[in-house]
Ligand binder design. Structure first.
Ligand code: ARG
Ligand code: ZN
Length: 879
């Protein structure tokens, strides 16, 4: 199946041989097949060698081919499953082709496909070649005009990029619409949608006074779930004007929600296509986290209009140029809407749990990888989230104002072009007059750097010397690493918890700030701070100023002290996490049990004061009271102790619950919602604190606590509270879980997004019968193996968010995952490749589990037919 199992290298990049000045597409959408006629105006680039014209085309049925109006004879062109070659072409010419495709059979959800009764497209990264012959690469940018013809009754809505310039009733029951996109774009930004959709309309007036029509298209029964998305869109549009001075550039902005989608959403020019999960929400169907994710993804796709569309990527190795930057922008936007502290903690948590994991395994790669087989495998947390952290470090290094000027400069200089990471760094460098030479290594060097810190207080000199040592472990293909430019935001506290003024030796005239950024550049370096009459408490890497693992020398008392006093909310949280981690991991170890017990008292005392602190932001309080998750804990161990981590964490939870039960109960009661549901940060924070308390109280496992969970579920007026209680009941012994699951299913009323939650809750259960119940669910009438959201809810959740049951020692969890991957690969390779990632940490487990996972990987790799997506990840995992 995989013909092109070869590797593509960044160093092999060559510019395209032709320009495509214009593209005219004509689609006839039919129930059995779709006919695509294309007219390309081509011009050979002056400096490119003469030679054949080679266009990408993935399993297209060619019906007709004309060069400057003349049909080509069979010996004038070559066809195979991946390309069309026209042997001799003039300097400038028109190529017309007509092909037949079958969207109805397209289960891979790439190219033109059907989601229910809707025709839609997904072209990034290389889906356009499944629609027509073209240069399917981002550095070929052209002007598109698209005509869609379809049955009028079944497909009243006909959409493509740009502005609608013509509509026709064709008289025979069909109608047509013609769209023209005035901006040249690469074909991965092409989109087409057609179906019987409802539309929510609004308007936006840009900063220069232009009127933009905003339209969200959804299936009609979902029209009442679009208000939040529309609101988010308008906020994002305003924010980009106010923060970056970037204005929208077309007269219309459309968003379409479809149920079958491989990823989150897609930034097609003027016509975004979304996974319905990131559009549809009502308080009864979506949680606070869902509401926030919608706001974030809507903003993300909107921001791509500049960072991605107006300036795109030269090649797919530069993917983080648009994704890292755009994630950075959406995180910044969201943190302006919600509690800034909580948002930062959440973003770092994703990075440290998932990206750090990627870095330790066989799939580790640089933010800008040097080679790939299947680009779809590189839409990763490294490219997206670590990429965003690199941009964040650049902001820290340049300062916020210079940073914004640099980004604007980059967009101005490369408007309408396909750019590289170097172009971006050059613009920032010019704006800031700064050397970013060493910083650039962050883009090519994979792995999580470790920074170890030792400090020495010199009483006689009233000085503190801090030694920073950086080290980056080897990753596949990169044995030796070079030192990086690491910005470290630092503060110091006196013994009373008050901030100290920082003064570096040699900088006697220093401005005397309470926080500064240190620029670490060497393998090992020592910095000396002066004018410190007593030994200070260090607060390092504030706001997580660099994506590194930091190894400090703090005592548990110091961590508790920082948890209480640090003015940096992120470091408060991190201190608590490190203390809790120490307790949980030591608790699993016989010899350090005693230390763990003392530390536990320390943690309980800290939590007590958090619970009693009325002035604290409730969302932040909920975060401070959170225990590190099992996946993150697993990363801290040489060899993962699956059961030890789970039991250790549960014991800490229970200990805290028993010791602080009155406080948890009081805060739970005080955090009951009043009035109408709102997604304002205050209300969200209150619910998260309430449900955090409930999580602890539930650990008491008493008649009373289980009654509390039942009451919480039954009195819930929104999905956040309902699902929180449902999750607890499902993990508990007793019949309540089953009863509530039945109720939840009935309430779901066939709403696919709510059904996903019903599946996910069961897949996440820590009960021993989880595996058996997943097997049953696979044949449940509501299970849809062709729907990516459903597969991710059941199989993805089980394999990635339920380590205790996925890693059950007899290997049955692994067998289940492998079977699902094998069944899915011919249907949807991208999804199969993603699911296979569930095995990527296999080398970090004990021998039994290691062997069992290896065996499943070998079973997959030995299959006769494997997609390129799956074969690349599985092969790399076994290397
Ligand atoms: N560019 C999209 C985004 O905004 C993601 C598209 C991913 N598509 C894919 N086939 N991997 O993040
Ligand atoms: Zn994106």
């Amino acid at each position: 199946m995989a013909k092109r199992a070869e590797t593509i290298y960044l160093k092999d990049y060559t510019a395209p041989a032709f320009w495509v000045d214009s593209v005219d597409l004509h689609f006839e959408l039919g129930e059995e097949q779709t006919r695509v006629a294309s007219r390309l105006a081509l011009r050979r680039r002056p400096d490119s060698p003469s030679g054949a014209l080679v266009l990408d085309g993935d399993k297209l049925e060619l019906e007709q081919i004309l060069l400057d109006g003349r049909p080509l004879a069979a010996n004038e062109y070559l066809l195979d499953d991946e390309s069309l070659t026209v042997l001799a072409v003039p300097e400038s010419f028109v190529l017309e082709t007509t092909v037949v495709i079958r969207p109805q059979d397209n289960t891979a959800l790439e190219g033109l496909y059907r989601s229910g009764n809707i025709f839609c497209t997904q072209c990034e990264a290389e889906g356009f070649r499944k629609i027509t012959y073209f240069f399917d690469r981002p550095d070929v940018m052209s002007r598109f005009t698209t005509t869609i013809v379809a049955d009028k009754q079944s497909y009243p809505v006909l959409l493509s990029n740009g502005n609608c310039i013509d509509r026709q009733d064709l008289g025979d029951g069909r109608h047509s619409a013609t769209w023209q996109d005035p901006f040249a774009k690469p074909c991965y930004l092409f989109a087409l949608v057609s179906g019987d959709l409802g539309c929510v309309e609004d308007r936006f007036t840009t900063c220069s006074g232009r009127e933009v029509a905003l339209e969200i298209y959804v299936e009609k029964h979902n029209l009442d779930k679009c208000a939040h998305a529309m609101h988010a869109l308008k906020k994002a549009m305003r924010w980009d004007e106010e923060t970056y001075g970037l204005e929208y550039d077309l007269d219309i902005y459309m968003i379409v929600a479809v149920d079958d989608f491989n990823m989150g959403a897609m930034e097609n020019k003027g016509l975004n296509i979304f996974n319905s999960k990131y559009v549809l929400a009502r308080p009864e169907t979506a949680t606070d986290a869902d509401f926030q994710a919608i706001e974030g993804v809507i903003a993300h796709e909107y921001f791509h209009n500049w960072t991605g569309n107006r300036v795109t990527c030269r090649d797919w190795f530069q993917l983080s140029l648009k994704e890292g930057l755009t994630v950075f922008r959406d995180q910044h936007f969201s943190s302006d809407q919600v509690s800034r502290a909580v948002k930062r903690i959440e973003d770092v948590c994703v990075l440290r749990t998932h990206q750090f994991a990627e870095d330790t395994g066989p799939l580790a790669h640089a933010v800008r990888p040097e080679h790939y087989q299947e680009i779809n495998n590189f839409y990763t947390v490294t490219v997206y989230n670590k990429g965003a952290e690199l941009v964040r470090m650049l902001q820290t290094i340049l300062g916020p104002d210079t940073f914004i000027r640099g980004v604007r400069r980059y967009l101005q200089h490369h408007d309408g072009q396909a750019a590289t990471v170097e172009d971006f760094l050059m613009a920032l460098r010019e704006a800031g007059n700064l050397d970013l030479q060493q910083f650039q290594r962050w883009y090519s060097q994979a792995g999580t750097p470790q920074v170890s810190i030792t400090s020495q207080y010199l009483a006689a000199e009233q000085a503190l010397e801090i030694t920073f040592e950086q080290f980056c472990p080897a990753t596949p293909g990169q044995a030796n690493k070079q030192p990086l430019h690491i910005p470290c935001k630092i503060g110091m506290l006196d013994t009373g918890g008050q901030p100290l003024t920082l003064q570096l030796s040699g900088d006697e005239a220093g401005t005397g700030t309470e926080e500064m950024v240190l620029h670490l550049r060497q393998d090992k370096e020592t910095l000396r701070f002066i004018n410190l009459p007593e030994p200070p408490v260090l607060s390092l890497f504030r706001q997580f100023s660099a994506p590194i693992r930091f190894v400090g020398e703090e005592s548990s008392q110091t961590l508790a002290f920082l948890l209480k006093h640090d003015s940096d909310s992120f470091n408060r949280w991190d201190a608590g996490q490190r203390l809790a981690e120490r307790i949980i991991l030591n608790g699993a170890n016989q010899s350090s049990r005693e230390t763990a017990a003392n530390d536990l008292d320390l943690l309980a005392a800290s939590f007590a004061s958090i619970l009693q602190d009325d002035s604290l932001d409730k969302g932040l309080a909920a975060k401070l009271l959170e225990l590190p998750n099992e996946l993150y804990l697993a990363l801290q161990m040489q060899e993962v102790d699956v059961e030890g981590i789970h039991t250790g964490r549960e014991q800490v939870r229970k200990h805290l619950a028993v010791n602080l039960r009155e406080l948890f109960r009081a805060v739970f009661n005080a955090s009951q919602s009043t009035g109408d549901y709102s997604v304002e940060p205050e209300a969200v924070g209150r619910r998260s604190l309430k449900n955090r308390c409930l999580w602890y109280l539930d650990a008491l496992d008493t008649e009373e606590s289980s009654q509390l969970v039942a009451d919480s579920y039954r009195s819930a007026t929104n999905m956040t509270d309902r699902i929180a209680a449902l999750m607890l009941s499902v993990d508990n012994s007793g019949a309540l879980g089953q009863e509530l699951l039945g109720d939840f299913y009935r309430r779901a009323e066939n709403d696919p997004l709510v059904l996903d939650k019903w599946f996910a809750v069961q897949a996440r259960s820590s009960k021993p019968e989880t595996l058996a119940s997943i097997k049953n669910l696979l044949s449940h009438s509501s299970y849809q193996p062709q729907n990516p959201n459903r597969v991710r809810a059941l199989i993805g959740t089980f394999s990635r968010a339920n380590p205790l049951r996925f890693h059950v020692s007899d290997g049955s969890g692994y067998a289940l995952l492998a079977e699902q991957i094998i069944a899915l690969d011919p249907v949807n390779p991208q999804l199969a490749g993603y699911l296979a990632g569930g095995f990527s940490a296999w080398r970090r487990y004990d021998e039994g589990r290691r062997k069992a996972m290896q065996q499943q990987l070998q079973r997959i790799v030995s299959l006769p037919k494997l997609s390129r997506d799956l074969s690349e990840v599985v092969t790399k995992m076994l290397e």
